[in-house]
Design a protein around this ligand. Structure first.
Ligand SMILES: Cc1ncc(COP(=O)(O)O)c(C=O)c1O
Length: 366
C-alpha cells in the first residue's frame, strides 16, 4: 500500500487546511431554510462595478485564448493609478497567490516567516506547505501591534514578516510612525510584506502611506487585492508592488498564465470606476456605524475597525456562532484563541439589521 503521507512529508500531514466561511447555499440545504445571510468572509455586499461585469461579458467570445501572461493592460491601469512603474508590479490569483509566490521565491530551507498573532492564518498554512516555519508573535492588550516584540523575534533565520494592515481578524491598524520606526530596526535582507487587502476601507488620518516608503525600503512589499472593496473575490486578482529586482525574481517563479483574463479585464474596469468604489465605501461606513451603535445598545464590547468587518465580544463565540447559524446568519468563529469573540463582516443595511435582530435573540437566550 502506498503511504501518501510519507510521500508528502510530515509538514503536509500536519497541515490543517484553511476553513472558508460556509457558503449560503450549503447552510440552506442543511437546515432547509431560505433567505439566510452570510457575513463571514469579508466580502463586498454591494458587489463589483457594473463596468467590471460588462468587461467580463465582453470578454466571453475570447475565452478560448490564453490570458496575457504579463497582465499588460491591467498593469498599465494599476501603474497609472499609483503613479509607479509597471516593472514594480506583479499580479496573481488573488493576494493568496502573492503570499505563496513570495514565500516560494525568497525562503530557503530552515528559514521562517514572522507575523503578529492573531492575523491571517494563510501565512502559516502556505509556509508550512512549503516546508518553512511561521513564528507568531502575540499582539498586545486590546489587539494592538507589538512592534517591540516583533523586532526582538527577528533572528538570522527570519526571511519575511507579514503585516496585515488593517489586521484580519481584529480590524486594528498600525500607524505611520509605528511602521517607520519598525522598518529602521529590520535588517535589509528581511522582507516586510505589507498586506493591505483592506486598505481602501481605512480612513484613519495616521494610517501609513506605504507607497511613499517604497523608495527608501527595497525590502518592503505592498500587497493589495481586488477581492474586497472592488468586489471581485470570485475572479481572483491580487498584486504586489515592490522594487524591480524583487519583482523580477518572483516573475521567474510565477506560472506563465497565473492571472486569468476574466480577472484582468474585470479588475481593470473596477479600478477605473471610482464612483462605484465611493459607493462601496459609503455603504461600509454607514453599516459600521450602525453596527457600533447596536453593539453599544446591547452592551457588547467591540474593536473599532479600519476594515469591512468587526470583532465583537459575545462571551461564548462558538455558541453564538452555532446559534446564529440555526437562525440563518453565517458569521465567523475564530477558534479557542479568540473564544469570546465572533467576527462579522459589514453587510448591506438590510443584512446588518437581520444580523442584529438574530444576535439579540441568540444572546438573550444564552
Ligand atoms: C489579510 C488578508 N490578506 C489576504 C487575503 C486574501 O485575499 P485574496 O486572495 O482574495 O486576494 C485576505 C482574504 O480574506 C485577507 O483577509
Amino acid at each position: 500500500m502506498i503511504d501518501f503521507g510519507k510521500l508528502a512529508g510530515q509538514n503536509i500531514v500536519d497541515l490543517v487546511p484553511y476553513k472558508p466561511g460556509k457558503p449560503i447555499k450549503e447552510l440552506e440545504r442543511e437546515l432547509g431554510i431560505k433567505n439566510s445571510v452570510k457575513l463571514a468572509s469579508n466580502e463586498n455586499p454591494v458587489g463589483c462595478s457594473p463596468k467590471a461585469t460588462q468587461a467580463i461579458i465582453d470578454l466571453f467570445p475570447e475565452i478560448s485564448r490564453y490570458p496575457y501572461g504579463d497582465a499588460f493592460y491591467l498593469r498599465q491601469t494599476v501603474a497609472d493609478f499609483y503613479n509607479v512603474s509597471g516593472d514594480k508590479l506583479l499580479f496573481g490569483t488573488g493576494s493568496n497567490e502573492i503570499i505563496e509566490l513570495a514565500i516560494r521565491t525568497f525562503l530557503s530551507d530552515g528559514e521562517h516567516v514572522l507575523s503578529p498573532a492573531p492575523s491571517f492564518s494563510v501565512y502559516g498554512i502556505i509556509s508550512q506547505a512549503a516546508g518553512k516555519g511561521c513564528k507568531w508573535v502575540p499582539v498586545k492588550e486590546g489587539f494592538k501591534f507589538d512592534f517591540e516584540a516583533l523586532a526582538e523575534a527577528i533572528d538570522e533565520k527570519t526571511r519575511m514578516i507579514f503585516l496585515a494592515n488593517p489586521n484580519n481578524p481584529t480590524g486594528e491598524y498600525f500607524t505611520q510612525s509605528e511602521i517607520t520606526d519598525f522598518m529602521k530596526k529590520v535588517p535589509e535582507d528581511v522582507i516586510v510584506v505589507m498586506d493591505e487587502a483592506y486598505i481602501e476601507y481605512a480612513d484613519a488620518p495616521d494610517f501609513p502611506d506605504t507607497l511613499a516608503m517604497l523608495d527608501d525600503y527595497k525590502n518592503m512589499f505592498i500587497m493589495r487585492t481586488f477581492s474586497k472593496a472592488y468586489g471581485l473575490a470570485s475572479v481572483r486578482a491580487g498584486y504586489v508592488i515592490a522594487c524591480e529586482e524583487a519583482i523580477d525574481m518572483m516573475n521567474r517563479v510565477r506560472q506563465p498564465f497565473n492571472t486569468n483574463m476574466l480577472a484582468q479585464v474585470a479588475a481593470k474596469a473596477a479600478m477605473e470606476d471610482s464612483d462605484h468604489l465611493a459607493k462601496v465605501l459609503k455603504e461600509n461606513k454607514d453599516g459600521k456605524e450602525y453596527l457600533y451603535s447596536q453593539f453599544e445598545k446591547l452592551s457588547l464590547k467591540y474593536i473599532p475597525t479600519q476594515a469591512n468587518f468587526i470583532l465583537v465580544n459575545v462571551k461564548d463565540g462558538e455558541k453564538v456562532f452555532n446559534e446564529l447559524l440555526k437562525e440563518g446568519v453565517i458569521v465567523r468563529y475564530l477558534g479557542p484563541g479568540l473564544a469570546e469573540w465572533i467576527r462579522v463582516s459589514v453587510g448591506t443595511m438590510k443584512e446588518n439589521e437581520i444580523f442584529i435582530n438574530k444576535l439579540q435573540k441568540v444572546t438573550d437566550n444564552l
